[in-house]
Each structure stands twice: as structure tokens, then as C-alpha cells.
Design a protein around this ligand. Structure first.
Ligand code: C2E
Ligand code: CA
Ligand code: CA
Length: 677
């Protein structure tokens, strides 16, 4: 029900951290490996290029020499210029500047594309070779040196293959020849002589290069393996940690962390927007008791069975996790709320019969994650608008509200529920300051004799006049005070106030009548309650017979012996004791038998409920009055609003009537006026 924008926190940080760590290490591996590969490739290439360049350079020196002689012969015209080169005994050809071959000796196997050797570039590093126009061409019959678009690379495969042959022959004098063509421009570029040169790689060089290559390759492989092993083991550890983090130790199923993590994923994916999602908390109420009566091991076995049972009923993209003791978190998808309700009821029924020897109780709290229907809202909905932890907390709060119930059932968290919870919190927050600031006010509701219409008594009823909450009726806060224990302070406060008022009225000369004060059942646990009341009344200096103590019927269920003792003590001190709300419970008669009470207050239900006005209702009321009389008790009828009822009660001998017919509860000042009359 919440659309909280506040994003959170330790849990999310944990997941982000976890994810980041995996990605960071994977990224690191790739970066390191890429670096290693690039570094090795550059290193080897550089080495090869330098080695080859050195060799080509020496060839080039010879060729330059021949070219110079050729030019000289042309200029002096002493000899046939070609003879100078022919004597060197190598294949060559001469091209004019149009590209036409003007002379050829041997075979022309010069490759197409030349590589400029005046600058040897390796990536960003350019190394000057020291020659102006210095081009190297591959040999078309032998691609030992491959020259591709501005890219120079040694055909390692070939080198390695030949090296192997070389190594096999094991003679250090042998060498591999790698033919290339060198272009030397002459006569200011009018002609270019292409010499076939043979690079020679000796066995020592080949062995050195070979060993280096193999060593580097082995090193790279080793590095790669180490990293791979590290990555795999890291992933395995990570997986194990994740599993441990998400596994519930009791049921071996999923835990709360997993539920929140997966649940938020589901919410973020938005698929459910078409239908709906419900967050459910199911509690196995009897778990702790079961462990006490059996054993923790057996209790945990039941928890496992419950988990298995719920889990087997989960559909696609639905979740179930064991969150704590007897609690399970569920995420259900639904298309129709009525069906969802039925499904949850069936689930609870199924769980009840999980153990043949017992019939367990299960409570469910349900929080339906619903969105406003407008499509625009759905369109702009972000998964992060919903905080699953809050939704689950709502479901738990709903479930906790029926904690005390012995029957299995489900409570749905809705707007009203949320308001109630807020109100409970507000009351708890303000109760103490309200008491200190005198915000609690005593109202008095007179009790009249129906035959003579004279004032015979009154009941003190509390009101809360809060500066910011307004006028609050006791139905809105007394039940909470009873729950949170604050009621004992309220009871003290009321008794003191009433005693003081009575004293004041006595002093003013009024003819005071007994005023009854409600004392809650929670108070009856205190063994010195009677003394406390006596001391408070004495402190005000009020005669005890002017104070009556009202006990609600539910109070009589507690420790009967202690109760009888307290009642007897109160009577001994001179207070009257009345039984409030007689007839609203079940064992009223039983309590009457044991409790030495003075007054019986007939519950308002007799006069306002279904029985009111019926023959049977009248019979019950008249018999109750008779019963009270025979037990020497006075009777007060509560909640009487109409004259017929007053007449009927008068005819039956009812002693007093407290109801709107005579008077509503009123402030002390108004009550004073009533006393005057
Ligand atoms: P209660 O003790 O049964 O009080 C009687 C309630 O019935 C009062 O409600 C009173 O205003 C109402 N009532 C009396 N005559 C009529 C009638 O003719 N028609 C109708 N419709 N109602 C009538 P109130 O004052 O709102 O008190 C509600 C309950 O709150 C009380 O029920 C009592 O259980 C509790 N309460 C009120 N004041 C105190 C208090 O000082 N201490 C404790 N412990 N409980 C209190
Ligand atoms: Ca009462
Ligand atoms: Ca009552």
C-alpha cells in the first residue's frame, strides 16, 4: 500500500557491492590479459622487426654500393652498367619512373606492394631507419615476409617451421633464407633498381628466437591459467557465500534476505502490473509451545514440512521464504482479489492438517500491493516506488493484530488498518504527557431511582480533551491503555479525582451520592489494590461509602482467589463493589456465585440489543433482578433510553437506572447542578 520513494540502504548496498566485486574482478582479468597479449605482441614484433631490419640494412648497404657503381658506369659510360650488378650474381630488375621494366636479370618475383622502410612504425613509435627512400617488397614465391596494408609482420609460422628443420639438422652453420626485394632509387628517381636480397637467419638466431617465443607463449599461457583458476575459484566462493547468505538454516529453503532480494527484482520487472501482487506473512502460532511440549528438533521438522507445503503451492514468479521462528514470507500473484482470499484460506486449511496428530493454528497477514488504476500512473511507475520491506512489515503488522486469536485466519492490511495502527502509536506516544497536562477529564453520569426519579448515584467516566486530537471518547483509548498497561495509572487518576470532587462537594454542603469508578482487570493482579484505593480516598479525606468500585465481567476470569480477597478487603474498608456489564459474557452466573458483590449492573445490550423489548428479553431482565435481590445485591440498569423500559424496570424493582433517558455523562459542573435539584 505504500509508494515510498525513499531508497534504501544496507541491503541494496550489499548486493551492489557483491555484484561490483564480480564485475570488477572479471574486468580486471580481461584488462590484465589484454595488456599481457598486447605487450608480448609488441615486444616480439619489435624484436623481430629489429632483427629483420638489421639484416635488411646490411643487404641494403651492398645494394646501395652496387647502385652507386651502376650510376657511375652510366655517367662515365666506360662499361655496360648492368655488368656491374650482374657480377654480384643476384636477381634484379630496373624500372623507369613510369613503372616499365627496362632491364631484368633472373626472374622477377617481386611482390606487389612495397613497405616503406624509411620509417618503421610500431604503433605510435616511429623509428628512423636512416635511409631516404627505402622500400622492401615481399617475394611473391615466398611469403616469409608478408607485407599488408601499411602493416608489417613476420610469417612466424613459416619461420618456426623452417627453424624446426634447421634445429633438426643441428648444424649451426646452416641458415634459413628469407628472400625479399629491396628497391633503390637512382638517377634522382628516374630509375629504381629492385634487388632480390636474401635475409639469412642462422641456427643460433633461430634457436634464440624460437626459445624466446616458446618461453613467452608459455608465460602467457601460465598467466592466463592462473587468472582463470583464480576467477573460477572466486566465482565458486562467491556462489557459496551467496547461497549461504540466502539459505535458511532450519528449512534449508530460502530466507528473508533472498525473499527481499528476489521480491524487489520481481517488483522492478513490472510484469505484475497487469494483475497484482500480494505480500503475505504466515505465522505458525503454536511453534514455541510445540517445541516446549516436544523438542526443538521436532519443531524444526514441522517448520520444514510447512515450508515444503507452502512452497509446493507457489506458482511461477511467486516466492516463499522462512523468515524467522514460525514465520513465512510469501509473494503471490493474483488476478482477482476474491480468488486471492480463497487461495489464502485454502492454504491455511492445508497447513492446519500438516501433522496428523495435531491441529495447528496459522495466522496470515496480507498486504496487497495495488496501484492506482490510471494508466498514466502505471506508465510512469517505477519498481523503486515500492519498498518491499515496508510491504512485508505491513503484512506482519496485520498478522500480529490477530496474535491472540486461537483460530486460523487472515487479516488484510488496508487503509483503515494503517490508520488504526497510527492511532495506536499516537495514543502510546501522548498518553503520559496527556496525564501530566490534565487532559483527561472526569464526566459524571447520574444514576436515578426509576420509581422516585431521585438521584441515587453516578458513574465517573473518563474523557480525553486533547489540544490537538480534540475530544476523544474512551472507546478509542481505554482498550489501548488496557493493552499497554497505562490503564493502572488512569484508574489511580480517576479514583483520586473522584475522591477529591466528592470531598469538595461535601465541603460545599451538597448531599453527595456514591460515585462508581471503573477499575480495570489489569489492576486486579496487584495484591495491594484495596490498600492503594483506600489510601487514595483517604488522602482526599472522602468517606469510603461515597466511592464504589466497578469491575468488568471479563476481570472475573483471572485469578479468582486473589479477586475474592481484594473484593473482601474493599468491602471491609467500606467501599461498595459492583459487577459491570453483567450479561455481556458467559460465566456471569458463575462469578456471582463466588464474588461477594454489592451491585449488579445489567449490561446495556439487554435494552439496546436484539433481545430488547422482546418477551424473552424481559423475562431474562426480570429474573436477573430477582437473582440479584436474593443475593442481597442492588441492581443498576445501564443504557436505558426509553420511557417504556424505565417503567418496566421500575415495575421489576430495579434499584437504579443509568442511561440517556435520565442523563448523559456530563462535566462536573453540570453534575453539581443535578445534585442541587
Ligand atoms: P461502561 O463502564 O460500560 O460505561 C458505560 C458507557 O455507556 C459509557 O460510555 C456511557 O456514556 C454509555 N451510556 C450510558 N448510558 C447510555 C445510553 O442510554 N445510551 C448509550 N448509547 N450509551 C450510554 P463511555 O463513557 O463512552 O465509556 C465507554 C467505556 O469506557 C466504559 O463502559 C468503560 O468500559 C470505559 N471507561 C470509561 N471511563 C473509564 C475509566 O475511567 N476507567 C476505565 N477503566 N474504563 C473507563
Ligand atoms: Ca462501568
Ligand atoms: Ca457498563
Amino acid at each position: 500500500m505504500t509508494y515510498s520513494g525513499k531508497r534504501r540502504r544496507y541491503r541494496k548496498k550489499y548486493f551492489r557491492l557483491r555484484k561490483n566485486r564480480i564485475w570488477i574482478s572479471v574486468l580486471m582479468y580481461f584488462i590484465v590479459i589484454a595488456f599481457a597479449v598486447v605487450f608480448l605482441a609488441v615486444f616480439v614484433s619489435a624484436f623481430m622487426i629489429f632483427a629483420i631490419k638489421g639484416k635488411i640494412a646490411s643487404e641494403h648497404d651492398t645494394d646501395q654500393l652496387l647502385a652507386k657503381q651502376y650510376v657511375r658506369e652510366i655517367k662515365t659510360e666506360t662499361r655496360n652498367p648492368y655488368n656491374v650488378i650482374d657480377e654480384a650474381g643476384r636477381d634484379y630488375f630496373i624500372r623507369d619512373k613510369n613503372g616499365t621494366v627496362i632491364y631484368l636479370k633472373g626472374r622477377n618475383t617481386c611482390g606487389e606492394k612495397g613497405y616503406d622502410f624509411s620509417t618503421i612504425s610500431m604503433g605510435v613509435v616511429g623509428i628512423e631507419s636512416g635511409f631516404d627512400e627505402y622500400k622492401v617488397y615481399p617475394d611473391s614465391e615466398n611469403d616469409s615476409i608478408r607485407i599488408a596494408d601499411n602493416d608489417f609482420a613476420v610469417n612466424y609460422k613459416r619461420v618456426l617451421k623452417d627453424t624446426q628443420t634447421l634445429l633438426d639438422s643441428a648444424s649451426p652453420k646452416e641458415y634459413i633464407e628469407l628472400p625479399v626485394w629491396l628497391a633503390v632509387p637512382v638517377l634522382d628517381g628516374e630509375q629504381t633498381i629492385f634487388f632480390k636480397a636474401c635475409m639469412r637467419i642462422t641456427a643460433e638466431e633461430a634457436v634464440f628466437a624460437y626459445i624466446m617465443l616458446v618461453a613467452l607463449a608459455a608465460l602467457m599461457l601460465l598467466m592466463f591459467l592462473v587468472m582463470l583458476i583464480d576467477a573460477v575459484s572466486n566465482a565458486v566462493t562467491q556462489n557459496r557465500i551467496t547461497k549461504l547468505f540466502f539459505t535458511d538454516i532450519v528449512t534449508k529453503g530460502h530466507n528473508r534476505m533472498w525473499y527481499l532480494y528476489r521480491g524487489e527484482q520481481i517488483i522492478r520487472r513490472r510484469h505484475w502490473l497487469k494483475s497484482g501482487l500480494a505480500v503475505v506473512n504466515i505465522s505458525f502460532v503454536d511453534y514455541r509451545r510445540f517445541c516446549v511440549c516436544h523438542s526443538i528438533a521436532e519443531g524444526e521438522q514441522i517448520l520444514q514440512q510447512i515450508y515444503a507445503c507452502i512452497n509446493s503451492r507457489m506458482g511461477r514468479k511467486e516466492l516463499c521464504a522462512h523468515t524467522s521462528d514460525g514465520s513465512y514470507a510469501l509473494m503471490l500473484r493474483y488476478s482477482d482479489e476474491a480468488l486471492l482470499r480463497r487461495r489464502i484460506d485454502e492454504l491455511l486449511q492445508g497447513l492446519q492438517s500438516i501433522d496428523t496428530g495435531h491441529r495447528f493454528t496459522f495466522h496470515a497477514g496480507v498486504d496487497i500491493i495495488s496501484l492506482p488504476d490510471e494508466s498514466a500512473v502505471k506508465l510512469f511507475f517505477k519498481g523503486s516506488d515500492i519498498d518491499l520491506e515496508i510491504e512485508y512489515n505491513n503484512a506482519c503488522t496485520a498478522q500480529a493484530s490477530i496474535e491472540s486469536s486461537d483460530d486460523s485466519g487472515a487479516v488484510y492490511f488496508d487503509e483503515k488498518f494503517a490508520q488504526d495502527q497510527k492511532w495506536i502509536d499516537t495514543v502510546q506516544e501522548r498518553q503520559q504527557s496527556a496525564l501530566e497536562n490534565n487532559e483527561f477529564v472526569v464526566y459524571y453520569q447520574p444514576k436515578y431511582d426509576p420509581r422516585t426519579n431521585t438521584l441515587r448515584g453516578a458513574e465517573a467516566l473518563i474523557r480525553w480533551q486533547s489540544p490537538d486530537l480534540g475530544f476523544v471518547t474512551p472507546y478509542r483509548f481505554i482498550p489501548q491503555f488496557e493493552k499497554n498497561g497505562f490503564i493502572t495509572e488512569i484508574d489511580h487518576y480517576m479514583i483520586s479525582k473522584v475522591a477529591k470532587d466528592q470531598r469538595r462537594w461535601l465541603d460545599m454542603g451538597y448531599k453527595c451520592v456514591p460515585i462508581s469508578v471503573n477499575v480495570s482487570r489489569a489492576h486486579f493482579i496487584e495484591s495491594d489494590l484495596a490498600e492503594q484505593i483506600r489510601d487514595m480516598v483517604d488522602a482526599a479525606g472522602t468517606p469510603h461509602e461515597l466511592i464504589e468500585i466497578e469491575l468488568t465481567e471479563s476481570a472475573f476470569f483471572d485469578d479468582k482467589k486473589a479477586m475474592v480477597t481484594t473484593i473482601n478487603k474493599l468491602k471491609e474498608y467500606g467501599f461498595s463493589v459492583s459487577m459491570d456489564d453483567f450479561g455481556s459474557g458467559y460465566s456471569s452466573l458463575n462469578s456471582l456465585k463466588d464474588m461477594p458483590l454489592d451491585v449488579l449492573k445489567l449490561d446495556a445490550e439487554f435494552f439496546r440489543g436484539e433481545m430488547a423489548g422482546t418477551d424473552r428479553g424481559e423475562i431474562v431482565v426480570s429474573e436477573a433482578i430477582k437473582l440479584a435481590k436474593s443475593l442481597n445485591m442492588r441492581t443498576v440498569a445501564e443504557g436505558v433510553e426509553v420511557r417504556e423500559q424505565v417503567e418496566f424496570l421500575a415495575s421489576q424493582g430495579c434499584d437504579m437506572i443509568q442511561g440517556y433517558y435520565f442523563a448523559k455523562p456530563m462535566p462536573a459542573a453540570d453534575y453539581e447542578q443535578r445534585m442541587k435539584k
